[in-house]
Design a protein around this ligand. Structure first.
Ligand code: AMP
Length: 221
């Protein structure tokens, strides 16, 4: 149900890896009629398809490091220009200050809303190490918080669940280090602006979702 005009908005969802951005973004996009652009998902799809771009980024992604700003810039600019008046959610972008500055120019008059999902680091490690996904239909589970009915099997389509390549423990540590050193400054970059809100991202997905929805709506009014 779309209660308000969300055209012309770019909703940036910030937060640590495994902080629940993806799950929340899918629901928010549906409810508000926004396009959902997950840069991680866009890149993983390129890797799955074995495209030239996918071959370029595969090893970097598997190590937990960031893909180059230049590649991300091209992806984001292209997606923003495909909106055709619709609003969107950016999930996973910007990840460093250079990307935040790039977005200022690439959004080209689209109005920015920035919400940071704050999640403590202990919670993240558990979320990432418990995360599973269905390679067939894309449903995401967590063996600790939202397990499938049958261990390691998708409730929706019966396919065996998988772990993301970058959800192994040593890679998780690297992704968190990158987050602290490179992405946290992006939160500081937006903090204090009128279009910025921080919400408590620790808790049941439904509870976090209501906080997120309220924050986004308050910024659209
Ligand atoms: P995510 O699904 O958002 O955790 O992203 C998975 C991986 O994709 C990251 O660890 C990076 O290697 C890459 N990636 C996604 N978004 C970006 C971005 N904005 N800048 C650089 N690399 C990214």
């Amino acid at each position: 149900m779309q209660e308000r005009n969300t055209a012309g908005y770019v909703v940036v969802l910030l937060g640590p890896p495994g902080g629940g951005k993806g799950t929340q973004a899918v629901r928010l996009a549906k409810e508000l009629g926004l396009e959902h652009f997950s840069t991680g998902e866009i890149l993983r799809e390129e890797v799955r398809q074995g495209s030239e771009l996918g071959r370029q980024v595969k090893a970097v992604m598997e190590s937990g490091a960031l893909v180059s700003d230049e590649i991300l810039g091209r992806i984001v600019r292209e997606r923003l220009s495909s909106l055709d008046g619709k609003g969107c959610i950016l999930d996973g972008y910007p990840r460093n200050l250079a990307q935040a500055e790039f977005l200022e120019e690439a959004r080209n008059g689209l109005r920015l809303i920035v919400v940071n999902l704050a999640v403590p680091e202990e919670a993240i490690v558990k979320r990432l190490s418990g995360r599973r996904f269905c390679p067939r239909c894309g449903t995401v589970y967590n063996i600790y918080f939202s397990p499938p009915k049958v261990d390691e099997i998708c409730d929706q389509c019966g396919t065996e669940l998988q772990r993301r390549e970058d959800d192994r423990e040593e890679v998780i540590r690297e992704r968190l280090r990158v987050y602290r050193e490179v992405t946290q400054p992006v939160v500081d970059y937006y903090a204090g602006r009128p279009e910025f809100r921080e919400i408590d991202g620790d808790g049941a997905p439904e509870v976090v979702y209501q906080r997120l929805l309220a924050a986004v709506k308050s910024l659209m009014e």
